[in-house]
Design a protein around this ligand. Structure first.
Ligand code: ADP
Ligand code: MG
Length: 722
């Protein structure tokens, strides 16, 4: 039976085939259910009207009621703006239009009572609202003069806290939409209308997705109430309860999935026993180790070693700041695999990184008679065949590669250890594919330089144990980070010239955000040309995500070899490139990058013996948040500290962190930075269910297993782990 929620969205009145196509393409909304789960990202409070004397520049959107006293045109030419002096009984505020001046002048009159809605800001010491929403209040046009006392003093209402009546009287939901959606009338209001219509159609209460006993125990409202209120809140209190319920549910199912899977893994999978640390490891340690290990490296190797001989499959996350020496740890552990007669596979997110690993590892293994090979998309034809043949006969000890290594025709003789570098580019599904390459699944080590606080990592990746390298190799000079406004470019150029004369190399990075890709690429092009002009005696390379992998590689190689001195790039260089002679990282429009991204980028320098610098170039005008981010970067070099701050700063709905930390699920409503408490609660409940209902036969939990099956069907990453 087709449930109402499974219906195709095109049959919802007001949608039709064209909009249905747009909804699908832009947001992946195909069914009624998809629309239902497309939550507003914020709400504007139209339930209350403020008095002008109450408002200030730090308030969010406010609603005012009053009249325009007069209009004024300020400035000339293209900079003309229209100012309306808007008053109620308590004060005056400026309404400002930079665009649509004619429209505003024509449509709004003095001595008419309006409801004005917008975000107050302070400009030149005065509160103003730019481009407000304005609605006429029908039948209420008492001239303002009559409301103001004779000598012109404003009359402050007797009791400010008694809110004035609002004609809207509710919270209005705001939905994220795209350009393409707006073009066919699906702006935020359009989405609200569709959602409202759908909710009206759903006569029956929505089918509950949590068992009653869990609802009761956690004081949660029903799914039906929650859904209706999350889209159209009856009151701030109900909105809060709706969000609590939906966040809890989201986190609960993520946890049930992870914990159930972790339990099965322990139950089903034996692990390969690496009984000994043998000849190969010791020879390397005695003869080839390039430098003494740091204390943290030693500790982590020990932790991994314990796992490897436990008889259970290792599934471990290795967190270590950029440059903390994860590669060496990976190599030493691979040698333990070799000692026990097993092969190792190292997977990197890009070709260039895979090649660098190959070079580093071959270099370190010099004279050891071990075979290390590279498999990426470019290895083709005969060469590839030969390599695959040697792999399956066990003549290759360590295989390094990109995604290419998970393809089905890549077969090992005895794969015992898998290392995944910079894990945020790989999902759980991909990890799982590697496991299947051996009858007993290999041990897995996932390495990341995007640390998240330890407790959080354990909660999120329930199935991964966590090791941390919390110490950098000795003798590193911390990168000096400075903030520079873009109007002081002369300064910056002088500095870059100095560094170039000393023989150093320079990165200059531009942001690339998908929505504004065209503009960003234009910025990059313009920047590149400017750099070529400013530094005409040097060679400049340019790299961005639109280049083919081979082209990208070529540009990077030229920089790595020192043939080019300056590399202008988008964030494609973010992950792991190692060019020790590059000592300056210039980040343009740094205000547009997130903290962890900035820290990653900064990690590209400071790898050689020279003092390195990171220059964050920003506009003079910045949001408070951007300013805080820049300050944190200037003040701290510690990835863990930065990660904590990042988590605290991040607003709801911003999923940068979750994408980067490679979680196998998207959170639609919960926010790990803000909802830590709820996450713990959800995890506790999930643990209880998993522990108390091992064979999943308790009728009280039937709802849970059914819902889990649905979720796994609609989320490829969830289903992959079984
Ligand atoms: P990451 O953790 O970012 O992958 P790498 O493994 O690339 O870091 O190591 C960064 C640099 O530090 C490399 O040049 C490596 O040779 C060096 N290194 C690693 N371990 C040590 C150590 N114990 N002492 C000194 N240098 C080290
Ligand atoms: Mg690395």
């Amino acid at each position: 039976m087709l449930k109402q929620l499974d219906q195709d969205i095109k049959y919802l009145k007001g949608v039709g085939p064209v909009r249905a196509e747009v909804l699908k393409k832009e947001l992946g909304i195909v069914t009624f259910r998809d629309l239902l789960y497309y939550y507003p990202y914020k709400y504007v409070d139209r339930s209350r009207i403020y008095y002008i004397c109450e408002i200030n520049g730090s308030m969010p959107y406010v609603q005012l009621k009053g009249q325009i006293l007069s209009f004024e045109t300020v400035g000339t030419g293209r900079k003309t703006r229209l100012v309306a002096h808007f008053a109620d009984r308590t004060g005056v505020v400026d309404l400002v239009w930079f665009q649509g001046v004619k429209y505003a002048q024509k449509n709004y009159q003095c001595r008419t009572t309006y409801i004005v809605f917008g975000k107050p800001t302070v400009f030149n010491g005065r509160v103003q609202i730019a481009h407000p929403d304005i609605d006429k209040v029908e039948g209420d046009n008492t001239p303002l003069e009559d409301m103001i006392s004779f000598d012109g003093d404003m009359m402050v209402p007797y009791n400010l806290s008694s809110a004035q009546d609002s004609p809207y009287g509710k919270f209005v939901p705001c939905y994220n939409t795209t350009e393409k959606m707006k073009n066919c009338g699906l702006n935020s209001d359009g989405m609200a209308k569709l959602t409202e219509k759908m909710l009206q159609l759903l006569r029956e209460p929505l089918e509950e997705t949590l068992p009653p006993y869990i609802l009761a125990r956690n004081y949660l409202i029903s799914l039906d109430d929650a859904m209706r209120n999350v889209h159209f809140p009856e009151s701030p209190q109900m909105l809060e309860r709706a969000q609590q319920r939906l966040k809890f549910e989201e986190l609960f199912y993520v946890q049930v999935n992870i914990l159930r899977y972790a339990r099965d893994r322990i139950r089903k999978f034996r692990g390969i026993m690496f009984n000994k640390v043998g000849e190969v490891f010791h020879t390397f340690y005695r003869q080839n180790l390039p430098f003494p290990l740091t204390g943290a490296q030693k500790r982590v190797i020990k932790e991994i070693r314990e796992d490897m001989r436990s008889g259970r499959q290792m599934n471990r996350l290795l967190q270590g700041d950029v440059g903390s020496g994860k590669t060496l740890v990976a190599l030493l552990c691979s040698l333990i695999a070799v000692d026990n007669g097993y092969q190792t596979c190292i997977m990197a997110p890009t070709e260039i990184l895979a090649e660098q690993h190959l070079e580093t590892i071959r270099g370190m293994l010099h004279g050891m008679n071990l075979r290390v090979e590279l498999l990426t998309g470019i290895v083709k034809g005969k060469k590839r065949e030969a390599l695959l043949a040697d792999l399956v006969t066990g003549q290759i000890h360590i295989l390094i590669g990109t995604h290419a290594v998970i393809e089905d025709n890549v077969l090992f003789s005895r794969l015992g250890f898998v290392i995944i570098d910079e894990q945020h580019r790989f999902g759980v599904a991909q990890r799982a594919k590697l496991w299947q390459k051996n009858t007993v699944p290999p041990h897995v080590l996932v390495m990341t330089a995007t640390p998240i606080p330890r407790t959080l990592a354990m909660t999120l990746y329930g199935d991964l144990d966590v090791s941390v390298i919390d110490e950098l190799p000795p003798g590193r000079k911390p990168v000096e980070t400075v903030h520079q406004y873009e109007n002081r470019r002369d300064n910056l150029n002088t500095f870059i010239h100095q560094q170039l004369r000393k023989g150093r190399q320079i990165y200059i990075v531009y942001p690339l955000i998908e929505e504004s890709e065209k503009i960003d690429l234009k910025n990059l092009e313009d920047g590149y040309e400017q750099v070529c002009r400013d530094f005409s005696q040097y060679k400049v390379g340019k790299v961005h995500g639109r280049l083919k992998p081979a082209e990208k590689d070529e540009v990077m190689q030229r920089f790595a070899s020192g043939e080019t001195q300056i590399l202008v790039a988008t964030t494609v260089i973010e992950v792991g490139v190692n060019v020790p002679n590059a000592s300056v990282m210039v980040i343009e429009n740094a205000e547009r990058f997130g903290l962890s991204q900035l820290h990653q980028l900064r990690g590209r320098v400071g790898r050689g013996a020279e003092q390195s610098y990171c220059v964050l170039v920003t506009k003079f005008k910045m949001s408070d948040e951007s300013r805080k981010r820049i300050k944190i970067m200037v003040d701290s070099n510690d990835g863990f500290e930065i990660a904590e701050m990042d988590l605290k700063l991040r607003g709801p709905g911003d999923l940068e962190g979750t994408q980067q930390s490679g979680m196998a699920f998207d959170l639609k409503i919960a926010n790990i930075a803000r909802d830590g408490q709820l996450l713990m609660k959800a995890r506790e409940e999930a643990q209880k269910v998993i522990d108390s209902d091992e064979d999943e036969s308790n009728p009280a939990n039937e709802i849970i297993w059914r819902r889990l099956r649905e979720l796994r069907k609609s989320n490829i990453n969830w289903g992959a782990i079984s």
